[in-house]
Design a protein around this ligand. Structure first.
Ligand code: MN
Length: 290
């Protein structure tokens, strides 16, 4: 049975994260979406936007904490650099994915990579927050640099296009990113006039973000920058490409636990949030070297 569409989102009005990321939030922009896409908690979309050159080596967002979840950053254009208090750092280039488990807590900075900042140019990125089940919320921080070259490609049937499997499985391909609960991320390039079929686990929450072009799902049209939230009513998704298109598919098993959210912390109880704030203020998230 095919999944039907619950809603098409255009995303919330753009806001700046620090001075380097012009994003539109797709969820949980409104509170009734806090758990609707669980295990995915947040999706900030930064569509292609041209930044002028700058001599600022830290155009972006300065040191800030996270606890209780994972941040996943996908770059499509431009280059994002980061470093964190666990000693990890690197550059996310087009096609790469940074899968950072904040777990018990990290401080990190995210900014335009130096040479990209000094030349300026278009930046196109997605950041997704993936919630952690209670038993992993205080897991040691972990960092997975998933390079484009390590992401398997699957040719979609009917010559509909090509999918990259970042996490989870598609056909025989397994995405390289390890997850703590089922959380699949697949992006695909589709050819105009073709349709791609994806099997989706029954009961998984699922959505499709249009990155380029325009697609139709269950009669609903989404063009670049719009996302489609699917009902949990079937086990197959069909995405029809109206034009050449690129999409990001998210689906995962909902985490059926209480959720408390405060700023950069995502925990199960209010007490755990208070503890996170206290630990952060006491310097327990470590130090961030410049
Ligand atoms: Mn962050």
């Amino acid at each position: 049975m095919l999944r039907s569409v619950e809603k098409v989102f255009s995303g919330a009005p753009f806001h700046m994260v620090g001075d380097g990321f012009r994003v539109s939030n797709h969820f949980p922009a409104v509170s009734d979406l806090l758990k609707r896409m669980s295990p995915f908690f947040l999706l900030d979309y930064h569509p292609p936007f041209e930044y002028p050159q700058t001599s600022d080596e830290r155009r972006g967002v300065g040191p800030h904490p996270h606890r209780g979840f994972e941040t996943v950053t996908l770059a499509y254009e431009g280059a994002v650099a980061h470093h964190d208090s666990a000693g990890n750092g690197g550059v996310i280039r087009p096609g790469d994915v940074q899968w950072m488990t904040a777990g018990s807590g990290v401080l990190h900075s995210e900014y335009h990579e130096k040479s990209f900042a000094s030349s300026g140019g278009p930046l196109h990125v997605v950041q997704i927050w993936v919630n952690l089940p209670r038993k992993y919320k205080m897991h040691a921080p972990r960092y997975q640099a998933v390079l484009d070259a390590d992401i398997p490609r699957v040719e979609l049937s009917g010559e509909a296009g090509t999918a990259r499997v970042i996490s989870g499985a598609l056909d025989d391909a397994q995405g390289p990113a390890a997850t703590f609960s089922p959380a699949r991320m697949i992006d695909a390039r589709l050819k105009a006039g073709k349709s791609a079929r994806f099997a989706i686990e029954r009961g998984h929450n699922a959505a499709v973000l249009a990155l380029e072009g325009a697609v139709v799902v269950d009669g609903a049209r989404a063009s670049a920058g719009e996302s489609v939230l699917l009902k949990n009513d079937g086990d197959e998704l069909v995405v029809a490409a109206e034009t050449d298109a690129a999409v990001l598919l998210l689906d995962g098993a909902p985490i059926e636990e209480p959720l408390y959210h405060y700023g950069p912390f995502l925990m199960n109880t209010r007490d755990e949030i208070n503890q996170a704030v206290e630990d952060y203020q006491a310097g327990k998230f470590g130090r961030l070297r410049d």
